[in-house]
Design a protein around this ligand. Structure first.
Ligand SMILES: [Zn+2]
Length: 267
């Protein structure tokens, strides 16, 4: 798809600091190599004021930080290094990861850790938050003037992924920019159904598997390794993230190649 000369500026909307690299790192790296100007805007990259929820403090420790550390600041630095390695620009949104958010009644939104291997309880999606993110994405679109927007399909139903995806769908439609959705990794590796439910008025086209060469695949894996805070959860002896990414891709690919899957969005 990136050999398409009509794509000259690409805006990738990443829910968290690492999703674009994990799910679409090869896609953005290859686009950048082909001369496309690529910007990755990460929605939930904001720093939360303390106090933190018990889940957030637990996550900080899992990430190798102190409970009271400004983890998003640390993660933004990881992101800048990873995306720089892929040859693309980065922008960091102001929104707070769900582990830092409260419900309208003041309680913490998340009372347990939900990683890619766990099932999210039916996440309630906050329409006001979707609307705020949609406005910010529209400002980024006005500035960057992308010829294509790509974001996650929210395979696995993570609350932040669904929220960011819906905001991106609405913003791209408002701005009349075509949009594609990437398959969420590593969610898809852990047997998450590929079935995704889009808001009314949006549908998924046919999946498009885009193979890349070994050099681009290696660059993606090197970029993912630049998020050490996240690798403790995603990788390690039991998880073998990189081997599983390879294996999953070669199973998906008709030619047993490494690549990533995206879908066009139809109205
Ligand atoms: Zn994520």
């Amino acid at each position: 798809m990136f050999r398409n000369p009509e794509v000259s500026r690409l805006l990738a909307i990443s829910p968290h600091l690492d999703d674009a690299a994990l799910s679409f790192g090869a896609g953005v790296a290859e686009a950048a190599q082909d001369g496309v100007k690529v910007t990755v805007y990460t929605v939930f990259a904001g720093t939360a004021p303390p106090p933190y929820s018990p889940v957030a403090e637990e996550m900080h420790e899992v990430w190798g930080l102190s409970p009271e550390d400004d983890a998003p600041l640390y993660r933004r630095k990881e992101d800048a290094a990873a995306l720089g390695h892929l040859g693309v620009d980065h922008r960091h949104g102001r929104f707070l990861d769900s582990i830092y958010r409260r419900s309208p009644d003041g309680r913490w939104l998340t009372d347990r850790v939900v990683g890619p291997t766990q099932d999210e309880r039916r996440p309630g999606i906050d329409p006001d938050l979707v609307a705020e993110i949609r406005d910010d994405i529209k400002s980024v679109i006005e500035e960057i003037d992308p010829t294509l927007v790509v974001t996650c399909a929210a395979v696995g139903g993570n609350r932040d992924h669904v929220t960011a995806r819906n905001a991106a769908l609405f913003a791209a439609r408002d701005k009349n920019v075509p949009i594609r959705l990437w398959e969420d990794l590593p969610y898809a590796l852990f047997g998450k159904a590929r079935a995704v439910e889009l808001p009314d008025g949006f549908g998924l086209g046919s999946p498009d598997f885009a193979p890349v060469g070994a050099e681009v695949r290696t660059r993606k894996f090197e970029a993912v390794a630049k998020y050490p805070s996240q690798l403790g959860m995603l990788d390690g002896p039991e998880r073998n993230l990189f081997a599983r990414l390879e294996e999953y891709s070669r199973k998906t690919s008709p030619q047993h190649e490494y690549g990533e899957t995206t879908w066009p969005v139809v109205h």
